[in-house]
Ligand binder design. Sequence first.
Ligand SMILES: C[S@@+](CC[C@H](N)C(=O)[O-])C[C@H]1O[C@@H](n2cnc3c(N)ncnc32)[C@H](O)[C@@H]1O
Length: 274
Amino acid sequence: MTLYGVGLGPGEADLVTVRGKRVLESCDVVYSPGRLSRSVALEHVDDSKIGEVDFPMTRDEEKLRAAWKEAAAEIAPTARDGDAAFVTLGDPNVYSTFGHLRRTIDAFHPEVDLEIVPGVSAVTAFTTAMGVEIEAGAGLALREAPSGASPTGPDRLILFKVTDAPATHEGLIEAGYDVTYGRRLFMVQGDTIVTDDPADVDERDYYTLAYAEKEDLEVEQATAAFQRDSDTDSSADTELPDGDSNGEPVADGGKLVALERAEGCEHGDCEGHR
Ligand SMILES: C[S@@+](CC[C@H](N)C(=O)[O-])C[C@H]1O[C@@H](n2cnc3c(N)ncnc32)[C@H](O)[C@@H]1O
């Protein structure tokens, strides 16, 4: 029948999508490549449904290929006779082990159908966890920064695998970036840390990322005027709809709502375009 690659989100059970949960519940076996993904999966399915697959901690490609072939040979019969799931943290198509399994299954077990259930990736979840807005029109580059690496260039970077934050920090500061670190964001296991001090995350923890933004980056948002107006004169008419004393977009017909509508229409995403 089908092998589902299911994204579990960053690490909290209620950030698994409704579809992901439904698929996990309906599958005969849920294979997990690690302790953290297993603990999230266990919030949705019984221990008896969890299948073991082992991957060696090595960069030796020969050994890795052998391990993936073994895993595929273990999983394929279950997915042929019934439904199986292979879970990954975040999204299965973003820097994920699922890609190896998918290619190995394609190559050696083409009779197995594959389907992917997307998950909330750290690529997007970091924004909420770290209070960052990637506004419309902005670019955001994703890079890896293991062992103290400091990839630079674009105005905004999200860096994965920050295993030596102090060393990575040095290179980024030298290149003119403001940097914030996020560790174990939306993750029940371990402590969540959000900080701009690399000393707070100097202990190696694989689940650490960094957001770097050029310090001289100037972003002028149309709605920033609301903030300026209320800073200079709290009683000033901000042209917001009645009853909106907090500057929140509470009512249809307000300035902010209208602005958002206009942006949506510009991109073909409004009622009239459906
Ligand atoms: C191999 S990538 C997996 C990405 C995952 N598939 C996703 O879509 O989020 C692992 C890296 O993602 C980042 N990461 C993943 N989940 C995270 C979390 N909950 N908190 C902080 N960083 C996370 C870390 O930088 C980690 O080294």
